[in-house]
Design a protein around this ligand. Structure first.
Ligand code: G6P
Length: 630
C-alpha cells in the first residue's frame, strides 16, 4: 500500500507534492521520490529525486538536488516487490517516461521475462518498472499520445494499480489510471491534482472525483479528461484487448476535517482497518492463487518442491494475535498437507532447548517482522538446522531477512495497535502455504485444492456482507458489555473457532480493558463453568461446521446456569440462535474458511465496546504496536 500524488498547474510543485505525500505517509514510508517536468530552459527536463526512508530523507535529497517545474508526480512506498532501497524507490524512469504506482501487478514475472528477451534492462526488482517499460515500448512503437501509450500498456497487465505517469515529450500532461487501488482527482482553478487519498488534496481543493476501476485520465491544468477502459474479452478492465468509452464524473465537495480524511471518514484507524479486510485479503491472494491449476504460486512462497517434500514436521511460531493465526494454520497444515504440526509461543520456544533441526519447517508469523522473541526463535531454529519460512507484512523487515524464505501478507500498513487486517491476511497466507505444501506432497487431491481455492477467493465477498452488520454488533456491544458494565467475559470456540475465541478475548482486553478469556469450548467444564453467572457475557463462536452440535450443548450448559450468551452463528441458524440472548450473524462459507468471517463480529464487538467506553482505541494504554524487546 503506497501513496501517490500528481500535480499539473502553474505553481512550482516540488514542495506541494512533498506536502501531499506527508499526508499519505500513513500508507508507507520505506522510501519516497518525485519526478518533475521542467520547461524553463526551453527544452523540457525530466528530473527525478528518490531517497530511502521517511520523507525527511527526500527533503534532504531535494535540498541537495532541487527540482523545479509545474508538472510532477510523487510516491511514498510500502514495499511489496523488492526491498526498500533507492533502486526500488519510485518514480521509475525508462526513456522519457516516469511512473509511480500503488498496487501489485500479478503477471509481472511473465512480463519481465518477455521484456528481458526483447533486450530491455531492468534497474529494480519492482513490478512497477515493468509498467514503465511497457509505456516506453508503446511510445517507441508510435503511440499517438501518452494517454494512448498508457492505455496500451495497461492492456498487458493484470492486477491492481493506481498509477501516475509523466513523459518528457508531453510536458503539460499527467496520465493517471485506476484498477482496484484507490485514486482521487482534485479539481482546482487552473490546476489539477491526483492522489491515493483525499487528505493529500485538502490543502488545495475540496472538489474531488473518486475514480472507478478501469478509469484512465489525462490531467491538464485546464481540467481532466476521463475514459473508461472496457475489456473486449472477459469484461475485466485489465484484459489484454481493451476498448474505451469517454465518461463524465462529477466532482464531489468534501467536508471532512483533515484528521477525518486520513481515516477516510472512519472515527479510528482500527475501524478503518477492520473494514479494509476484504480488500486486504484480495491483495494477499492476488497473483498467488492459480485457479486454472487448482494450485498456489510456488514462486511467491520461495521454497523448492524438494524442500516441501523433505519436511517431516512443521513448527509454527509467533506472538500475540499472530500466535492465534498460527493455531488455525496448524489445523490447516495437518488437515490439508498431512504433516505433523505444532504451535509455539516464540518467547517460550527460544528458551526451552527445543528439539529442532533438519526435516523441520519453522513458519514464523509476524505482522511487523520485527518482534524480538519471534526473531530470536527464528535465529535459534536456523542455528539448529531447521528451514524457516517467514510470513510477514513488512517487506525487508528483520524476520523475513533472517529466514530462508518469505511469504508476505499484503495488508498494507496497520496503524491501530490492535491487529485486525493483518490477522486475517495471515490466515490467508497460512492457508495458501498449507495448500501449496499439500499439492507438493500429494496429500491434497487437485479437486479438493480447487474447491478450497475457489471458496477462498469468494471469502472477501462474505467478509463484506458480514461487515455490513456493524451497526447491529454495536448495539450488542452497548447492551451486553457497556450498559451492564461487564468486568469479565468468556469466549468459547472449538476447532477453527478456538483461535477465534482466543483472538476475540484478546481484542476485548487490549482495547476496552474488560477482562476476557478465550477457551476451547470442550474445556469449559474443567474450570470456566464455575465463573458463569447472570453477570458474565459468554461469547460462543458457533459457525456451521462439524463441531456445531457439540458447541450447541455447551450453549445449553451455559444457559442452564443463567449465563448471558452472545453467539456468532451462520445466517438462518435456528438452534443456537434461538437460545442465545444475542446473535452476531455471519454468512455461510466453506467450513475450512469460517475464521475469516467469524472473527469480524468479534473485532467489531471489541471496537464498539471500547469506543462507547471512551478508551483510546488506536493506542491503548501500555501496549505497543511492535515489541522489539523481550
Ligand atoms: C504486539 C502487538 C500485537 C501483535 C504482537 C505480535 O503485542 O500489539 O498486535 O499481535 O505484538 O506482533 P507481530 O508484529 O510479530 O505480529
Amino acid at each position: 500500500m503506497c501513496g501517490i500524488v500528481a500535480y499539473v498547474g502553474q505553481q512550482s510543485c516540488a514542495s506541494l507534492l512533498v506536502e501531499g505525500l506527508r499526508k499519505l505517509e500513513y500508507r508507507g514510508y520505506d522510501s519516497a521520490g518525485l519526478a518533475i517536468l521542467d520547461k524553463a530552459s526551453g527544452e523540457t527536463v525530466l528530473g527525478v529525486v528518490r531517497a530511502v526512508g521517511k520523507l525527511a530523507k527526500l527533503d534532504e535529497a531535494l535540498r541537495e538536488k532541487p527540482l523545479s517545474g509545474t508538472v510532477g508526480i510523487g510516491h511514498t512506498r510500502w514495499a511489496t516487490h523488492g526491498r526498500p532501497s533507492e533502486a526500488n524507490a519510485h518514480p521509475h524512469l525508462v526513456g522519457d517516461v516516469a511512473v509511480v504506482h500503488n498496487g501489485i501487478l500479478e503477471n509481472h514475472l511473465e512480463l519481465r521475462a518477455e521484456l528481458t528477451a526483447m533486450g530491455r534492462k531492468f534497474s529494480s526488482e519492482t513490478d512497477t518498472e515493468i509498467a514503465a517499460h511497457l509505456i516506453d515500448l508503446e511510445l517507441s512503437r508510435g503511440a499517438s499520445s501518452l494517454l494512448a501509450a498508457v492505455r496500451g500498456a495497461l492492456g498487458r497487465v493484470r492486477g491492481a494499480y493506481a498509477i501516475a505517469v509523466v513523459c518528457r515529450k508531453e510536458p503539460d500532461v499527467v496520465v493517471v489510471a485506476k484498477s482496484f487501488s484507490p485514486l482521487v482527482v482534485g479539481v482546482g482553478e487552473g490546476e489539477t491534482f491526483a492522489a491515493s487519498d483525499v487528505p493529500a488534496l485538502l490543502a488545495h481543493t475540496r472538489d474531488v472525483i473518486f475514480l472507478e476501476d478501469g478509469d484512465l485520465c489525462e490531467l491538464r491544468a485546464t481540467g481532466v479528461k476521463i475514459e473508461r477502459m472496457i475489456a473486449l474479452g472477459d469484461g475485466s478492465p485489465t484484459s489484454a484487448a481493451t476498448r474505451v468509452v469517454p465518461v463524465e464524473r462529477k466532482p464531489r465537495r468534501i467536508d471532512w476535517s483533515p484528521a477525518q480524511a486520513e481515516k477516510q471518514g472512519y472515527k479510528h484507524f482500527m475501524l478503518k482497518e477492520i473494514h479494509e479486510q476484504p480488500t486486504a485479503i484480495e491483495n494477499t491472494l492476488r497473483g498467488r492463487v492459480l485457479l486454472e491449476e487448482g494450485d498456489v504460486n510456488g514462486a511467491e512462497i520461495g521454497l523448492t518442491e524438494a524442500q516441501a517434500r523433505a519436511i517431516k514436521r512443521v513448527v509454527l511460531v509467533a506472538c500475540g494475535t499472530s500466535h492465534h493465526a498460527t493455531i488455525a494454520g496448524r489445523n490447516w497444515i495437518e488437515s490439508i498437507a498431512r504433516v505433523p504440526a505444532s504451535v509455539e509461543l516464540a518467547s517460550e520456544l527460544r528458551y526451552r532447548d527445543a528439539i529442532l533441526g533438519e526435516g523441520d519447517l519453522v513458519i514464523a508469523v509476524s505482522q511487523s517482522g520485527e518482534t524480538a522473541d519471534t526473531l530470536a526463535a527464528v535465529r535459534e531454529a536456523r542455528r539448529r538446522g531447521a528451514l524457516v519460512l517467514a510470513i510477514a507484512n513488512v517487506v525487508g523487515s528483520a524476520i523475513p531477512r533472517a529466514s530462508d524464505a518469505a511469504l508476505y501478507t499484503h495488508a498494507g500498513p496497520e496503524i491501530g495497535v490492535a491487529s485486525t487486517k493483518c490477522f486475517t491476511t495471515q490466515l490467508a497466507a497460512l492457508l495458501m502455504a498449507a495448500i501449496w505444501l499439500g499439492r507438493r506432497r500429494e496429500t491434497l487431491e487437485p479437486a479438493r485444492a480447487l474447491e478450497l481455492l475457489k471458496r477462498l477467493v469468494e471469502v472477501p465477498t462474505a467478509m463484506r456482507e458480514t461487515l455490513e452488520q456493524a451497526d447491529a454488533v454495536a448495539k450488542v456491544a452497548r447492551r451486553q458489555i457497556v450498559s451492564t458494565d461487564a468486568r469479565d467475559c468468556l469466549f468459547l470456540g472449538r476447532g477453527l473457532s478456538y483461535p477465534i475465541a482466543l483472538e476475540g478475548a484478546l481484542k476485548l482486553k487490549e482495547i476496552s480493558y474488560v477482562h476476557a478469556e478465550g477457551y476451547a469450548a470442550g474445556e469449559m467444564k474443567h474450570g470456566p463453568i464455575a465463573l458463569i453467572d447472570a453477570q458474565m457475557p459468554i461469547v460462543v463462536v458457533a459457525p456451521d461446521d462439524s463441531h456445531y452440535e457439540k458447541i450447541a450443548s455447551n450453549v445449553q450448559e451455559v444457559r442452564a446456569r443463567d449465563g448471558r450468551v452472545i453467539a456468532v452463528v451462520r445466517k438462518g441458524d435456528s438452534l443456537i440462535g434461538s437460545i442465545a440472548q444475542d446473535v452476531l450473524v455471519v454468512p455461510f462459507v466453506h467450513q475450512e474458511l469460517t475464521p475469516f468471517v467469524t472473527v469480524l463480529p468479534l473485532q467489531l464487538l471489541s471496537y464498539y465496546a471500547a469506543d462507547f467506553k471512551g478508551t483510546d482505541v488506536d493506542q491503548p494504554r501500555n501496549l505497543a504496536k511492535t515489541v522489539t524487546v523481550e
